[in-house]
Design a protein around this ligand. Structure first.
Ligand code: URA
Length: 212
């Protein structure tokens, strides 16, 4: 439990161990990417644990049975570019028929405010569970802007999946969108004056794509 009612921190030992390997500044780009993919699947398992189920009649080699299957429309996964793509691949492996959208937001380095440069979403969002993917919930500015945009596009049920969250970002998201649960691997200490998470892991995009 945390002080944040919308937040779930997944404390599974495998996630925590892999996260420590990722945080280490000596981790290679390929290790970072591989670990992110693995953790994204473990987090996806958690964020989908209460999906609605129904049954369908199948025949096993032995007999007929009413077997459990997911109910309702396929999920929509929305990656916040570019770092969200590091979570997307792993989650898509678990939920291969999910619909996928992309939102491009960059953070203005001076104001720290989000600026939208790309948006392509599945055409129906109102009757799907939408999972927003961004490894770092830092100031919350871009995450809140992405959720604003998804709600404007009709999304009614939204969840937010991230690797690390700062208290500032969780509070900002809870204030703007109290109906959006946030699932993360860690609630870190705070932000620095440039809006980076401490202790954090640095710039997630640069580390996964090897751009610095
Ligand atoms: N984005 C990152 O990649 N890292 C941070 O610490 C904060 C935002």
């Amino acid at each position: 439990m945390t002080d944040y009612p919308t937040l779930t921190v997944v404390t599974h030992p495998l996630i925590q161990h892999k996260l420590t390997l990722m945080r280490d500044k000596t981790a290679s780009t390929s290790d970072f990417r591989k670990l992110l993919r693995e953790i994204s699947q473990l987090l996806a398992y958690e964020i989908t644990r209460d999906l609605e189920m129904t049954t369908k009649l199948i025949e096993t080699p032995m007999t007929e049975m009413e077997a459990p299957v997911l109910k309702g429309k396929k999920l929509a996964l929305v990656s916040i570019l570019r770092a969200g793509n590091g979570l997307l691949d792993g989650v898509l492996e678990l939920v291969p028929s999910a619909r996928v959208g992309y939102v491009g937001l960059y953070r203005d380095e001076v104001t720290l405010k989000p600026v939208q440069y790309y948006c392509k979403l599945p055409d129906t969002l109102h009757d799907r569970l939408v999972i927003v993917l961004d490894p770092m919930l830092a100031t919350g500015n871009s995450s809140v802007a992405a959720v604003d945009l998804l709600k404007a596009a009709g999304a009614k049920r939204i969840r937010f999946l991230c690797l690390l969250a700062a208290p500032e970002g969780v509070a900002r998201m809870a204030e703007a969108h109290p109906d959006v649960p946030v699932v993360t691997a860690s609630l870190d200490d705070r932000l620095n004056d440039k809006g980076y998470i401490l202790p954090g892991l640095g710039d997630a995009g640069d580390r996964m794509f090897g751009t610095k």
